[in-house]
Design a protein around this ligand. Structure first.
Ligand SMILES: [Zn+2]
Length: 373
């Protein structure tokens, strides 16, 4: 069954920026961005925090995006803004515990990293204080003989810093945990819930070819076909949109989480100014040294199978800190089966078989992923 959400309200779960900021903009919001950049140690130029988005501010944003695995475009839209806000929280500045909407920020990230290093499974190092993180805090408190209340205050951080230095009781077992506990072993397509996410939609059309083909339309066609194929294979399937409408990136992730998906597959198509550039691309969650193992594995299988079936070279699987990859609490990938700008495939786009072939290839990749585990 394909389910479409009824009015999810995400107010309060994140901080949106009022408008997208880019080179040449002025105003209070630019001032805010610049002071956050300065606070993080980025150089915004000789004029400093002056409320003008000049080349120095752009360079600082580019460096910040590069360092945080974001799309490096020099523009401050929602995802970059969210990361700027979160990066400002220093460890120990506020009391952390499980609440809705959850605490988010660099301080949560530091906590997750420390817990993971000590062998307490805090889940993905995504900077969001979720139930995995709380469970790890409770475990840690129990082990360290502290009050077991899930509240991370100064005393907890002190003990944590001490055992981290001493090696700690679990130091030898430390490992990088993964989304969903990293476990989909023993499972098959028939036993899981898959969230299929057709990129863009509505007034956000994505890439467009000279011939008038829009990325949002092809993404939807592929997603609908993939959904049908998955349902035939016995999966429970959810679509973040099944018509031509605009859905916010964070809302897509929140929907996927509310549906309890096991896998999240976002479908996009690439474009490039040079028409002879071609390749299959797939992205998995990666942030400051942490990456999703299952996401990388899934991306690799889908890259292989798309490459084989479309006879297009696969680019290496790429770790990125995209909103839909970070916010989803499940194994998540974003796949771009081909470049719409590619001269060879441009003709094929109008061939009705393309969406079906892409969907089929993604399904094959999914099957191989489960076999390999
Ligand atoms: Zn796209």
């Amino acid at each position: 069954m394909l389910r479409i959400p009824a009015g999810h309200n995400l107010a309060g779960q994140r901080r949106s920026i009022m408008r997208t900021l880019k080179l040449g903009d002025r105003g209070k919001e630019v001032l805010d961005v610049q002071s956050r950049l300065c606070g993080l140690g980025y150089d915004v130029g000789t004029d400093g925090v002056d409320g003008f988005f000049g080349p120095d501010t752009q360079a600082a944003i580019l460096a910040f995006q590069q360092a945080n695995g974001l799309l490096v475009d020099g523009i401050v839209a929602d995802n970059t803004w969210q990361e700027l806000v979160e990066a400002g929280y220093k460890a120990g500045e506020r009391l952390l515990y499980l609440k809705m909407p959850p605490f988010r920020g660099a301080d949560v990230l530091v906590l997750q990293r420390s817990l993971n290093r000590l062998g307490f499974n805090a889940g993905p190092e995504d900077g969001i204080f979720g139930s995995f993180t709380e469970r790890a805090v409770l475990d840690f408190q129990k082990n360290a003989g502290l009050v077991v209340d899930g509240m991370v205050d100064e005393s907890v951080l002190k003990v944590m810093a001490k055992v981290t230095k001493d090696g700690g009781p679990h130091a030898g077992e430390a490992k990088i945990p993964d989304r969903n506990g990293g476990h989909s072993a023993g499972r098959s397509l028939a036993s899981i819930a898959v969230v299929v996410d057709p990129g863009h939609g509505g007034d956000d059309q994505g890439a467009a070819t000279a011939g008038g083909l829009l990325e949002k339309d092809l993404n939807l066609q592929v997603a609908l076909r993939l959904s049908q194929a998955l349902e035939s294979a016995g999966s429970r399937v959810f679509l973040t949109r099944e018509s031509d409408k605009n859905v916010d990136l964070y809302e897509r992730a929140a929907l996927a989480n509310s549906w309890g998906g096991d896998l999240f597959i976002s479908i996009h198509h690439n474009i490039y100014s040079k028409p002879d550039v071609q390749g299959v691309a797939a992205y998995f969650f990666c942030r400051q040294g942490y990456f999703s193992e299952s996401g990388r594995l899934l991306a690799c299988h889908i890259l292989n199978s798309l490459s084989e079936r479309l006879a297009i070279t696969a680019l290496p699987a790429i770790g990125r800190n995209f909103a839909v990859l970070r916010e989803t609490q499940m194994t998540a990938i974003l796949v771009e089966p081909l470049f719409l700008s590619g001269s060879e495939t441009a003709k094929e786009l109008f061939n009705e078989g393309l969406a079906a072939r892409e969907a089929e290839a993604i399904l094959v990749g999914l099957r191989q992923y489960f076999v390999s585990e």
